[in-house]
Design a protein around this ligand. Structure first.
Ligand code: GLA
Length: 734
């Protein structure tokens, strides 16, 4: 078992391959955190506690057995509000007394093999019970009758511990959950950098690093989605860490809506990390007998730096989060018509692109926005999911059949959660969008957001989608979401439940996604939100790939993909070759570089193929061949970031480089892209993760190197590199 309970010491010890996580139950039932870090064999860790019970102004726990312990300076496993721990709390419940003081004490526990699912929520899962063990710790707040079950799942082959919490009202009076974080970890020092992924539309997920300071710090989203701006992920990296060395603790929330990471460094320099649903604008009324389940956090421990943490997340999310038909199946190379035509297309135009796609070896055609209602720009028709037959003459089936006849699969775009004021749906149901009666409805991208907390709204959208998807051989859906939630109110809920709407909205979206996948289990779903505005583990549970950004410029994508790779595997990052000059930045880059950059993700094209020159067509053929040749090493290999494009300090040039290493270390793919060059560059690049004893052959030149040489001396990249030039090396071990 990866989880043991030392009865004598009342201590729980959770062990992953290279980490230990230890906490104990105090005589009065408090859960005291003791340790999270590199593996230790001991369970006697009590001596680590601060024992500063005499600190003046601290309130002591009134119990002789606790020797005057104060929660004020104690590391706690799941800290609650208002009972002598004055740091930011994980749980706050306002009971019938009107007080939000919350006091949970240990009652019982069970340990078992495997991992349970979370009702209505996405979560990591095990493929067989020997992949993980689970601890369910039951605590009770006697006054409110809140039964709090803290769930820990410990993965046996990955350095992952997941946590979640469920609260059941066992009393005969309702209470209100006002804060409920999914995880809480207290560290005994604050010698860490806080890492997180910050961004905005078309510039998602830039890695930000800042040293922890006294007081509160953190990130959050209150946009009704995980957002372009902050990703539901933070890490603490112990001082002295690098990309490939040192201790890094990752915290990643499997959720797609409002979240908060609250990190507090207190007066003793202890650090508390909380991650879960954003407490702002949140409250949940729990009636007797009801249960609330908080989403899951996946915690990763790495003693191989940020890179080690990323590789663990990549494995976890590829094998234990993504699901279904397309989980690890080779994804079709697609061409999407958005940047090729925008709204300006008809069936013949699309078929012309599909014809060229077939000729070039592309495997799927995706019809983007503009095929439904009367939509010729973004000011109408969301919610009217029926085919615009003046654009698609002969209807959808005829178009899909024509594309299929060329040997291509067919995919389609939807934005199921939205409604245009100018739509038949809105005219029929003006109360179906999120709104607060008496308040003006904010508009974003000329659309409102449907109230997905309502079952009748979801049924309507499901039925419309079902009709379209069963009308023709449609094998892929791009599920878009193009604005944030405002005036988050629902007509069907009473005033005291309006603070539940954002979470109920998300649960509704998850339910709709599940329903769609149950009806069409072979469907490949691609998530999207104005590019990568909802690129999070919650969505990956349903859509194994997500459109990474609306910025398709190769140079910008280097930075966006770098940041995204901190948590998410290449197979999840949709990346397309688009036209040059780029539509977003106006920058020109070579067709080859655009292909090399897109190849680091779920590969495809996003341009009008009928406009390509013969040279470009030849390059598409080469790229398609490369995709098939390198697919396994890119998607199943270990990913190493070699040069960070956002902070390349080489002063001779700025560049990006990354590398994929097959699990048996016999195949290596290295990509190097020069972003801004200077003349007379000298540069060496040292590879990572190879077997030092193996001899690797560069398959292009035939030159042989030992793994040790490639890792210690590196490749010599001295030479006349041009702006935007890229190169790929492929090595095979003998
Ligand atoms: C969003 C998506 C784009 C495209 C448009 C269509 O911006 O990110 O890829 O689908 O919507 O309106």
């Amino acid at each position: 078992m990866a989880i043991i309970f030392d009865t004598e010491r009342q201590t729980f010890k959770l062990d992953t391959p290279s980490s230990s996580y230890v906490f104990k139950v105090s005589p009065k039932g408090y859960l005291l955190h003791l340790y999270y870090g590199a593996s230790v064999p001991d369970t006697d860790l009590d001596y680590l506690r601060l024992n500063l019970h005499s600190a003046s102004f601290s309130a002591n726990v009134a119990s002789p057995e606790e020797k005057g312990m104060t929660l004020d300076t104690t590391w706690l496993e799941y800290p609650t509000n208002g009972i002598s721990d004055f740091r930011v709390s994980a749980l706050s419940i306002r009971g019938a007394t009107g007080s939000s003081a919350t006091d949970i004490r240990y009652k019982s526990h069970k340990i078992y093999a495997g991992k349970p699912g979370l009702p209505g929520l996405p979560a990591t899962y095990v493929n067989s019970d020997d992949e993980a063990d689970t601890l369910e710790l039951t605590c009770v707040d006697e006054l409110t009758g809140a039964q709090v079950v803290i769930l820990y799942t410990v993965f046996t082959k990955l350095d992952v511990i997941t946590r979640s919490v469920r609260v059941t009202n066992t009393s005969d009076k309702s209470f209100r959950i006002e804060r409920i974080h999914s995880t809480a970890v207290d560290f005994n020092d604050s010698d860490f950098e806080l890492l997180h992924l910050q961004g905005r539309w078309a510039k998602e997920r830039t890695l930000v690093k800042r040293h922890l300071e006294f007081g509160l710090q953190g990130i959050h989203s209150k946009r009704g989605s995980s957002s372009h701006n902050n990703n539901p992920f933070v890490a603490l990296a112990r001082d002295g860490y690098t990309e490939e060395s040192g201790e890094v603790y990752g915290f990643s929330l499997v959720y797609s809506s409002n979240f908060a990471a609250e990190i507090e460094v207190d007066c003793m320099r202890s650090t508390r990390v909380l991650l879960g649903i954003n407490p702002e604008d949140f409250g949940w009324l729990l009636e007797p007998g009801e249960t609330f389940t908080a989403p899951e956090v996946a915690m990763v421990y790495s003693n191989n730096g940020v890179g080690g943490m990323s590789r663990t997340y990549h494995k976890l999310y590829r094998h234990n989060l993504c699901r279904g038909e397309w989980k690890t199946k080779k994804r079709p190379i697609l061409v999407n018509n958005w940047e090729g035509t925008y709204f300006n297309f008809d069936d013949d135009k699309l078929v012309a692109i599909a014809k060229d796609a077939a000729d070039l070896g592309i495997e799927m055609f995706v019809m983007d926005d503009g095929w439904f209602g009367v939509r010729n720009n973004d000011d109408c028709s969301l919610g009217d999911w029926y085919v615009n037959e003046s654009k698609l003459k002969g209807g959808l089936k005829s178009l899909v059949d024509r594309v299929n006849a060329l040997g291509l699969k067919f995919g389609i775009w939807f934005e199921p959660e939205m409604i245009s004021p100018n739509s038949d749906l809105y005219r029929a149901h003006p109360d179906w969008c999120l709104h607060v009666n008496g308040r003006e409805r904010s508009i974003g991208r000329r659309q409102y957001v449907l109230d997905m907390s309502r079952a009748d709204v979801r049924d309507n959208i499901f039925n419309q989608m079902y009709k379209i998807l069963s009308s023709a051989n449609i094998e892929y859906v791009k599920w878009d979401f193009n604005r944030n939630l405002t005036e988050v109110g629902s007509d069907l809920l009473p005033p005291e439940r309006q603070s539940e709407v954002a979470h109920r909205y998300m649960l509704g979206v998850y339910e709709l996604l599940e329903r769609l996948l149950t009806a069409f289990p072979k469907l490949l779903l691609e998530g999207c939100s104005g590019g990568g505005g909802r690129f999070d583990p919650g969505m990956l549970y349903y859509s194994p790939q997500i459109w990474t950004s609306d910025d398709t410029d190769a140079m910008e994508r280097l930075e966006i993909q770098y940041g995204t790779s901190i948590v998410y595997p290449p197979s999840t990052m949709s990346a397309h070759v688009s036209a040059s000059p780029n539509h977003q930045t106006g920058r020109s880059s070579s067709f080859k570089t655009r292909g090399d950059v897109a190849m680091a993700g779920a590969f495809g094209y996003e341009l009008d193929l009928t406009k390509l020159t013969d040279d470009e067509r030849a390059l598409v053929r080469q790229q398609v061949e490369a995709y098939h040749k390198y697919y396994n090493v890119i998607q199943d290999g270990d990913y190493y970031r070699l040069i960070n494009p956002t902070e390349d300090k080489a002063n001779i040039t700025s560049a990006a480089a990354w590398e994929s290493v097959s699990q048996d270390k016999n195949e290596i793919l290295l990509t190097y892209v020069v972003m801004r060059t200077q003349v007379a560059i000298s540069r060496y690049i040292r590879l990572r993760g190879l077997d030092p004893a193996k001899i690797y052959t560069d398959t292009a030149s035939g030159r042989k190197y030992s793994g040790a040489l490639l890792m210690n001396a590196g490749l010599n990249l001295t030479g006349g590199w041009k702006d935007g030039e890229s190169r790929v090396w492929h090595f095979i071990a003998e």
